[in-house]
Design a protein around this ligand. Structure first.
Ligand SMILES: [Fe+2]
Ligand SMILES: [Fe+2]
Length: 382
């Protein structure tokens, strides 16, 4: 398939594929069908220019793509970028395939999130001169199409195709962290899951090991969910993905530990039972797991109570803990919807809801939570 040069409609689909998941495969199949392609090159990048997460080796990402796509016709997984001595730039890839197929109609396939960033790419004009952009929409992503079309027209005298297939949201973070924590890996082909575990690709470090040894399976899944939710706010908050993930991973690290076993830990007076694990969690993260980032430590400590003047990361972990996808208390849908908007608004509402919920249950509310509610919600929080 990779050596047939007489073809006419050729697609190029690049990405980190760390790892390839079901939604990538759906896009591949839909692109071939919708654009009536003769061949689609799937091209894993060497280094991800737009992300702060270090990918695993290109060889593994390439091998997993081969496994996930081995039964899909008209696909060639290309090692062009991973074997190139240049940096991975889409315009170089497009030129490579233009040279290989001088008379073909080329399509560059991408998600709408990539399209939104397209203007920041290197030599975008070279790309549109040689290939038609074919974008895929997906759930949870919003883009002003008219504005984007106008931009393409003004800057490149060109347009893009919007494909019909509407993708689901799949989180690579959820996949990688599930693998870190030895859980069933969601949204990947069975063969890819086996490959990941056989090659220990996303094997976690001592922190994952600690969590696996000290949390229940259900709590590990909850931890993955909190990290998955929280990381969607990396761009909005400007916080690094690594920092968000670390705080999310550790937020419940002491859930099942007994504070009496930590001689150098002093529990502040009148802490409700449900809050103990948060305060102890900070201590364990600092003294046992040697975490030094004070913002991360603070986010762990106040993830249950919140506090006045809490950090941005603190707000994020507090909120993500309340809205993660498996939570199902009354009113969670409203908070989950708010989470898609501005974090500050969602945080205030979560705090208000928490106080109402605790009051209704007749629970003893920790003063810090009441102070935080008064600080952020004022009269509204009464
Ligand atoms: Fe917790
Ligand atoms: Fe939690």
């Amino acid at each position: 398939m990779c050596n047939n040069n007489s073809m006419e409609k050729i697609g190029i689909f690049g990405g980190t594929f760390n790892p390839v998941h079901v939604e990538h495969v759906n896009i591949v199949k839909s692109a071939i069908k919708e654009l009536n392609l003769d061949l689609l090159y799937v091209v894993p990048t060497k280094t991800p220019p737009h992300k702060d997460v270090v990918p695993i080796s290109a060889e593994h990402r390439f091998n997993m793509l081969k496994l996930a796509l081995e039964n899909v016709d008209k696909v060639c997984v290309s090692d062009f970028e991973i074997n190139s001595t240049d940096k991975s730039y889409s315009y170089l890839t497009v030129l490579h395939f233009r040279k290989k197929h001088p008379n073909a109609k080329l399509y560059l396939i991408m998600g709408l999130d990539m399209l939104a960033d397209f203007k920041t790419w290197k030599n975008p004009n070279v790309i549109v001169e040689n290939a038609t952009i074919a974008a895929f929409n997906r759930k949870g992503f919003k883009l002003d199409f008219e504005k984007e079309r106008q931009f393409f027209k003004n800057n490149f005298n060109s347009d893009f195709i919007l494909n019909e297939y509407f993708g689901q949201e799949v989180s690579s973070t959820e996949i990688r962290i599930s693998a870190n924590l030895n859980l069933k890996i969601p949204n990947v082909d069975k063969k890819v899951e086996e490959y990941i575990y056989a090659n220990q690709i996303y094997k976690g470090d001592y922190i994952s090991e600690f969590l696996i040894n000290n949390l229940t399976n259900k709590r590990l899944v909850h931890t993955v969910n909190v990290a998955t939710a929280a990381v969607t706010k990396a761009r909005e908050t400007g916080l690094s993905e690594n920092k968000i993930i670390l705080a999310a991973l550790l937020h419940d690290c002491a859930k099942y530990l007994d504070y009496k076993n930590f001689k150098d830990f002093t529990l502040p007076p009148s802490v409700p039972e449900k809050v103990v694990h948060a305060f102890l969690g900070e201590h364990v993260a600092r003294t046992v797991l040697k975490i030094e980032d004070e913002e991360v430590l603070d986010a762990i400590k106040y993830h249950t109570t919140a506090k006045p003047n809490i950090s941005l990361l603190g707000k994020l972990i507090f909120v993500a803990d309340m809205v993660e996808k498996d939570r199902n208390y009354q009113g969670v849908e409203v908070l989950r919807e708010l989470f898609k908007g501005d974090l500050e608004t969602c945080f205030k509402e979560c705090l208000r809801e928490e106080v109402i919920h605790l009051k209704n249950r007749g629970d003893n509310i920790y003063p810090l939570t009441l102070q935080a509610n008064a600080y952020y919600n004022g009269q509204k929080g009464e």
